[in-house]
Design a protein around this ligand. Structure first.
Ligand code: SAM
Length: 295
């Protein structure tokens, strides 16, 4: 599967299907014996997609998703906690970039008056809204979808939707960056910075140099093939832009953000999903970056 500068997708295809994969994983966690978080809506999305003809992941992909299940659950929990802490610290404007089937606007305990903007491709957000509406689910915050591609002029669309750049904002970028070209990632952060009043916060799943290491990526491809990788599914790597990237934590620090960076294994250890030293290829080489704009 090749990408192009202006490609678009529905939720069951190309990059859109990755949102379904993550929702599937959240449904597994929600239904597990001792879940790190509850997301009762994830299963609704999976069921609605199956109704539309989406085939649930084949066995080899299920095994891969399960192998990183502890990672996915820890990631969800970390972003949940980031947003709850931002609210407790007085931030009531939130922008979820590449929201996919993230149901936080419907499931987190928002402070009254919080406005949640979600940006993603139009057909992905339409599927989400339609599914939740059909089940009579209403948001727990003021919800404002901004259906636009993040390679287009999304700041304009966000402002048109009512976003106030003079107010501090909590931003999240979860499961997004590999799907943007390196230059697109740079532009994304320039724009976020320009729209961020002092006191704004940001949480990013960042993909540094180690993530795009060709040998590491080749090993992941090979382990998928050995697991009997099905011909009728694509490898998620085919959707990524494998390019050298600006290091997010350093970039933010250089622009006056107070930054902390937590490697994935440490994050998983925090939630009891990975013992110390238990780092292998099933632990993505990502870093969880949190920042606050101080000037
Ligand atoms: N953040 C969500 C989560 O963690 O559940 C979704 C993650 S999913 C792996 C990737 C999401 O990024 C998809 O919903 C996809 O549509 C969105 N995405 C990727 N590139 C995008 C772009 N250029 N513009 C808008 N959305 C994009």
């Amino acid at each position: 599967m090749t990408r192009s500068d202006d490609d678009t997708w529905d939720v069951t295809e190309s990059v859109g299907a990755t949102a379904l994969g993550v929702a599937w994983s959240r449904a597994q966690e929600n239904n597990s014996e001792c879940p790190l978080f509850l997301d009762p809506f994830a299963q609704l999305f999976v069921d609605a997609a199956v109704e539309r003809g989406w085939r649930q992941p084949p066995a080899d992909v299920v095994e891969r998703i399960k192998a990183i299940g502890g990672y996915a659950a820890s990631r969800t929990k970390w972003f949940d906690e980031f947003l709850i802490a931002a609210g407790a610290n007085g931030i009531d404007q939130v922008v979820i970039l590449a929201a996919g089937l993230d149901a936080r606007a419907w499931r987190l305990p928002w402070v009254d008056g919080t406005v949640v903007y979600e940006i993603d491709q139009p057909r992905v957000l339409a599927f989400k809204a339609d599914t939740l509406r059909r089940h009579g689910v209403t948001p727990m915050a003021q919800y404002r979808p901004v259906p636009i591609d993040l390679r287009e002029d999304w700041p304009r669309a966000l402002l048109d939707a009512g976003f106030d750049p003079s107010e501090p904002t909590a931003w999240t970028a979860e499961g997004l960056l590999p799907y943007l070209p390196a230059a697109g990632q740079d532009l994304l952060f320039e724009r976020i910075h320009d729209l961020s009043a002092r006191g704004s916060r940001i949480a990013v799943e960042s993909f540094g140099a180690g993530f795009f290491d060709p040998e590491y990526l080749a090993r992941l491809r090979e382990s998928r093939a050995q697991a009997g990788g099905s011909d009728d599914t694509f490898d998620v790597q085919d959707l990524w832009y494998v390019e050298e990237r600006t290091e997010v934590a350093a970039w933010l620090a250089g622009r006056g953000w107070d930054v902390t960076a937590l490697p994935a294994a440490d994050l998983m250890g925090r939630y009891g999903r990975c013992a110390a030293g238990e780092v292998d290829d099933a632990t993505p080489r990502t870093v969880f970056v949190e920042g606050q704009r101080t000037c």
